[in-house]
Ligand binder design. Structure first.
Ligand code: ZN
Length: 68
């Protein structure tokens, strides 16, 4: 099995770890049902669709109705 010749310094390790520690811009894509720009991996804030799986916000409304 291959072994590293030298041990990585703390600075080298920290810079590699820090490379993933940053804020990234949210990726937007057009909603398949209403066409509005929607953050990916989120339910559409305009119509409540998540991808092509149907309406998600309708389920949430039912839960809120039960509480009241
Ligand atoms: Zn939508």
């Amino acid at each position: 099995m291959a072994l590293p010749k030298r041990r990585k310094s703390h600075a080298k390790v920290r810079t590699r770890r820090q490379a993933t520690f940053r804020l990234r811009a949210v990726a937007f894509s057009a909603c398949p049902s209403c066409g509005q720009p929607t953050p990916s991996h989120r339910a559409c804030p305009y119509c409540g669709h998540y991808g092509d799986k149907g309406v998600v916000l309708r389920i949430r409304r039912k839960k809120e109705a039960k509480k009241q």
